[in-house]
Write a protein that binds this ligand. Sequence first.
Ligand code: RTP
Ligand code: MG
Length: 156
Amino acid sequence: CRKLGSKKERTLAMIKPDAVAKMGAIIEMILSSDLTITKMKMVALTRKEAVDFYVEHQTKTFFNDLINFMISGPVIAMEILGDESVCAWRKLLGPTNSSTARSESPNSIRAKFGTDGTKNAAHGSDSVASAARELEFFFPTSGGRGPPNTAKYTDC
Ligand code: RTP
Ligand code: MG
């Protein structure tokens, strides 16, 4: 990642089902980096949502394993803000395969919290364009959230 200048951008980070139990340690790593968590939510993806999210991989041999893994438990989606955050977050993640990560980047999230080439603890958008699509997927800015809640709370 370029360290020159400051190009604040947003990316989508996701803690995958295998690492949700270790979310505290992962969130601490984000908080001790230069990145900021600006949105966060826990969601149980449906099969259709998982397929939509990873549609670019639908012809790959690992696609079915990936989808079954992604719906094996809830995930935690986060909007991350920071300088070159797409690249900075992927650097914190380390290589895709957690075994490779343990030899090449032992302090990375995938080295510490993942298992193998599929169960690899967390996801990061791979470009600013993917980040825009993936942020809209988890945190829709139009159409998905309905009107603001203006209800008055009277019983507490
Ligand atoms: P991600 O999209 O999850 O951040 O991971 P990535 O860019 O590093 O890797 P990508 O090629 O986009 O693959 C998406 C996810 O599919 C699973 N995978 N399994 N068994 C395999 O050979 C294999 N290859 C990829 C991983 O969960 C990977 O993160
Ligand atoms: Mg990817």
